[in-house]
Design a protein around this ligand. Structure first.
Ligand code: AMP
Length: 313
């Protein structure tokens, strides 16, 4: 693996690889790598001739009161993990290399970036879109790999790439979780042991929402309320939002009936001690009204609800 800090040097090596017909896979990260990042690199490795990973804690996407200066960093460990994942080029630019002068040109993606994370962090997604646009222009990737863990970010990047005709395929990759369901995140490092236990409530709330939908619930507000109620039982967790959204536009879904046979996305964000944690899952909406939804259908042992019927006649 070669580590590169200069834009011009990275362009030069990649130009020569592209000239010989190589496909280039890109994995942008902010470092402090974990198995979620590694899964993206492994996917890029299996699908592309050359794998480029970037580590850049992008100041543009942090709000004034956010954790830019304390964001966890461990470049030596990241190097070893990137080598193990088969990365060919690790791009680790300084802030002055990426932004040598005041940034006056930014990319903003309206609509999809406005709710949820965008409502809480108003400048976040323009920071993300701007740095991703810049990295795509530097790398000239054939495919760029992003985690579904940051589902709204993935939707913003897909929309930007489509609207601005970036010549790249955006590949969304499934969320890697701890055995107890907690989605891996660099920010989990901030959690105390007891907060770490409490943080599992995010996935439990999402599962509760999905189970209600599978049981026939079609009212978006009722599903949001169910997820909120699960989170409210954890005193160390303060809910920001629990949402049922269209998986493409991320617009809130109020009536799930038109989604029969399709999926909606359940998304959640909460403060757990210092970090704000995010999670989301896909939930399949049954085609027919299978049976009436009851509280009993929320049993967590996987057994069918007692009210279950085949939904026929
Ligand atoms: P970050 O370093 O947090 O900016 O994340 C870099 C990339 O890794 C983004 O595309 C994230 O969505 C992705 N990622 C982060 N956590 C996970 C996870 N648990 N599973 C899969 N991908 C992830």
């Amino acid at each position: 693996m070669e580590e590169i800090t200069q834009i011009a040097a990275l362009r030069k090596v990649l130009d020569s690889r592209r000239a010989s017909g190589a496909t280039i896979g890109l994995v942008p990260t902010m470092g402090y790598l974990h198995e979620g990042h590694i899964s993206l690199m492994a996917r890029a490795r299996s699908e592309c001739d050359v794998v480029v990973a970037t580590i850049f804690v992008n100041p543009l996407q942090f709000g004034p009161s956010e954790d830019l200066s304390s964001y966890p960093r461990d470049l030596e460990r990241d190097r070893q993990l990137a080598v193990g994942a088969g990365v060919d080029f690790l791009f680790v630019p300084e802030v002055t290399e990426m932004y040598p002068q005041a940034v006056v040109t930014t990319v903003s993606v309206s609509g999809v970036s406005e709710e949820m994370e965008g409502a809480t962090r108003p400048t976040h997604f323009s920071g993300v879109a701007t740095v991703v646009a810049k990295i795509l222009n530097i790398v000239g990737a054939t495919r760029a790999y992003f985690g579904e863990k940051d589902f709204q970010q993935l939707a913003v990047v897909k929309r930007m790439v489509s609207d601005l005709s970036f010549p790249v395929e955006v590949v969304g990759c499934e969320t890697i979780r701890e055995p107890d369901g907690l989605a891996l995140s660099s920010r989990n490092a901030y959690l105390s042991e007891i907060e770490r236990q409490s943080a599992t409530v995010l996935k439990r709330a999402l599962d509760t929402g999905a189970k209600a939908i599978a049981s026939g619930e079609r009212n978006g507000n009722a599903i949001r309320q169910l997820m909120s109620d699960v989170v409210a039982k954890e005193p160390l967790v303060s809910l920001d939002y629990a949402q049922v959204a269209n998986p493409d536009t991320l617009e809130a879904v109020h009536d799930l009936s038109p989604y029969g046979g399709q999926n909606v996305r359940l998304l959640i964000a909460a403060q757990v001690g210092k970090p704000r944690l995010l999670d989301n899952i896909s939930a399949a909406v049954p085609l027919s009204e299978p049976h009436l939804y009851t509280a009993d259908s929320l049993k967590t042992d996987g057994s069918p609800p007692s009210s279950f019927s085949s939904g026929g006649d």
